[in-house]
Design a protein around this ligand. Structure first.
Ligand SMILES: O=C(O)CCC(=O)C(=O)O
Ligand SMILES: [Fe+2]
Length: 312
């Protein structure tokens, strides 16, 4: 056998008791998080704050959502672009997903639940809210580490958190029919600032910087953390959005969950990340403007939608 090394996506352990701000492990983990994002646009997180009970509940509740009629699932829940239900799309026929906006607010979870189940569905509402709250803790730690690793002020981190809008997305992929491809979602990067994904069933793969595709495992404590297009702008291209794709297992339906973050305020590349080696690459960025631009003809025919929208 040759001594060929296999490329890997970094794995960061967030279950470590020493992972408290200021501790030795905290500082070294900040560096691992930043270099993984800079090198590959993402990493795997081991995170056990979400109990098995919450994990089972959220996937059961999401199954009950996807079991609703298409007409019900398509009910309008928001005016915002790309945040609502998506399914039965010709290019990706196996794929369905729904987004719950601001899932950290119990009231907003209730509003969403009420549209889908006018007579109420407390267990859906409670599961969404508690799952999102627990997953947002991981999102906060990752962002805090990234800010610290770049030496940015705590105040800047707090501003970002304040201007963040979360969307909790549930995904379902039906089994392909005979003769149908098992492609779930083709290679793409997300429009988010950060995306955190967990999958109940395998199928997700990530492209490393050397071009190799790496399969992500399925486990209740395993999360894929990925930078999206907004993180590219924020980091002035030091972090490239993570390319990923989904192939389904032809024998089983696939479910996954994601916590996606967006910026509600105009975002600019961090001035500390602009220097002679990294000249300013983006104009101030309106995340919701970008989401509206994303599906226009101009965006679709461009080489890079984010560069076409606000690149310099
Ligand atoms: O199903 C998944 O795990 C990820 C789906 C995805 O990447 C997307 O919808 O952007
Ligand atoms: Fe994606």
């Amino acid at each position: 056998m040759g001594s060929q090394t296999q490329s890997q996506l970094p794995v960061v352990n967030f279950m470590n008791e020493n992972l408290k701000q200021g501790a030795h492990t905290w500082v070294s983990t900040c560096e691992v998080v930043r270099s993984a994002l800079e090198d590959h646009g993402g990493f795997l997180a081991l995170y056990d704050k979400i109990s098995l009970e919450t994990y089972d509940l959220i996937y059961n509740e999401m199954k009950s959502f996807f079991d609703l009629s298409v007409e019900t699932k398509r009910r309008k829940t928001t005016e915002k672009p790309i945040f609502s239900y998506s399914g039965q799309r010709p290019g990706i026929p196996l794929y369905e997903s729904t987004g719950i906006i601001n899932p950290l607010s119990f009231e907003d979870c209730q509003k969403y639940t009420h549209v889908m189940w006018p007579k109420g569905n407390d267990s859906f509402c409670e599961s969404v809210n508690s799952y999102a709250k627990q997953l947002a803790e991981l999102d906060h730690i990752v962002k805090k580490m990234l800010f610290e690793s770049y030496g940015l002020e705590k105040k800047k981190f707090e501003c970002l958190v304040e201007s963040t809008e979360y969307v909790l997305r549930g995904y379902k992929y039906r089994k392909p029919q005979v003769g149908e491809s098992n492609m779930g979602v083709p290679p793409h990067s997300d429009t988010t600032f950060l995306t955190i994904l967990n999958q109940k069933v395998e199928g997700l793969a990530v492209k490393l910087k050397d071009g190799e595709w790496i399969e992500v495992g399925a486990s209740p404590s395993l999360y894929l953390v990925m930078g999206g297009d907004a993180l590219m702008v924020w980091s002035n291209d030091r972090i490239a959005a993570c390319e990923h794709r989904v192939f389904t297992n032809p024998k089983i339906e696939r479910y996954s969950m994601g916590l996606l973050s967006y910026a509600t305020k105009i975002m600019e590349p961090q001035e500390e990340l602009v220097d002679a080696e990294h000249p300013l690459r983006y104009k101030p960025f309106d995340h919701y403007g970008y989401l509206r631009f994303f599906l226009t003809e101009e965006a679709i025919k461009s080489d890079s939608r984010i560069k076409a929208y606000c690149g310099i």
